[in-house]
Design a protein around this ligand. Structure first.
Ligand code: PGA
Length: 243
C-alpha cells in the first residue's frame, strides 16, 4: 500500500482522474469499478474532461458501480445511479451496454448480487477500483464487521451511514439497506485507489494506514492489498505520523 498526498481537493481530484484516464488510454478495454459520493465528484469531472481533451478511445472500457441504496429508483437524484448517469455516462455518451449497476429495486436482491459476481468473473476481474471511505471506515456499503472475503451482498447500514447519507438527498429520506460489491472483489482487483479529502476524514485515514488490520475497521483491508493506493489531500493526512 502506498500513500500519496496532494495539496488540496482539486489537486487530489485532478491526479486521481489522471491515473484513471492514463490507465484507460493504456488499456482501452479495462474494467473500472467506482464509488459515487462527495469525494469522487470532482474526479469524475476531471476524468470526463481529460478523456475528451486527450481524445482517448473510451468506447470499450466497462464501468461498474460499487454500490447502491437498496430500494431507490435510478431517477432519485440521491441515488448512486443518478450520480453516475449525470457525471459519467451522459457526459461521455457511454452506451448502456458499457455500464453495470445494481438494480436496487430488484425483487430478489440476492439474485442481483450473484449476477454482479458473475459479471465480474465474465469481465476477467476488475482492473481498477476507485473507492471512498465513510466515517465508520466503510468502503462501499461494507460496514464494520463485514468479512474481508465477502462477495456482493446486501448490507444492514449503521446509523452513521444512514445519517451522513442524508446529504445526498434533497429532503429527508428513509434509508434502509445497501447493496454492494464486497471485499473479496476488492482484494482480487488489480489496482485499488482509496481517496479521501478534508479534515473530517483525518481520523479515519489515520486508522486506515496506521491502525490494526481488522474487519471491525473495514478500510484497514487496504494494508493487505499489494497494489493499493491511499490518495489524500493534506487535511485528510494531517493526523498521520509522517506529516
Ligand atoms: P463521501 O462518502 O465521499 O460522500 O464522503 C464516502 C463514503 O461514505 O463511502
Amino acid at each position: 500500500m502506498q500513500v500519496l498526498t496532494f495539496k488540496d481537493y482539486e489537486e487530489l481530484s485532478a491526479n486521481t482522474a489522471g491515473f484513471i484516464a492514463d490507465a484507460i488510454a493504456d488499456n482501452p478495454s479495462l474494467t473500472l469499478c467506482m464509488a459515487s459520493g462527495s469525494t469522487p465528484a470532482l474526479t469524475c469531472d476531471f476524468l470526463v474532461k481529460k478523456l475528451k481533451d486527450d481524445k482517448t478511445d473510451y468506447s470499450k472500457f466497462s464501468f461498474i458501480g460499487l454500490d447502491e441504496w437498496a430500494g431507490l429508483p435510478p431517477t432519485n437524484t440521491g441515488s448512486c445511479h443518478y450520480f453516475f448517469k449525470t457525471k459519467i455516462f451522459e457526459p461521455l455518451k457511454l452506451r448502456s451496454s458499457q455500464y453495470y449497476l445494481f438494480n436496487a429495486q430488484a425483487a430478489n436482491l440476492q439474485k442481483e448480487c450473484r449476477a454482479m459476481d458473475q459479471l465480474i468473473i465474465d469481465k476477467g476481474g476488475i482492473d481498477i477500483m476507485l473507492v471512498g471511505i465513510g466515517m465508520n471506515g466503510h468502503i462501499g456499503f461494507n460496514e464494520p464487521g463485514t468479512s474481508f472475503t465477502a462477495l456482493s451482498h446486501v448490507a444492514e447500514l449503521e446509523e452513521i451511514t444512514k445519517s451522513v447519507g442524508q446529504k445526498y438527498f434533497d429532503g429527508p429520506v428513509e434509508l434502509g439497506k445497501g447493496i454492494t460489491i464486497g471485499f473479496g472483489h476488492l482484494m482480487n482487483t488489480k489496482k485499488v485507489f482509496l481517496m479521501a479529502n478534508g479534515s473530517k476524514k483525518a481520523e479515519v485515514i489515520k486508522k486506515t494506514i496506521e491502525g490494526p488490520v481488522t474487519e471491525s475497521f473495514p478500510a484497514s483491508i487496504m494494508q493487505k492489498h499489494t497494489d493499493g493506493f491511499i490518495l489524500i489531500d493534506e487535511e485528510a493526512g494531517s493526523l498521520l505520523k509522517d506529516q
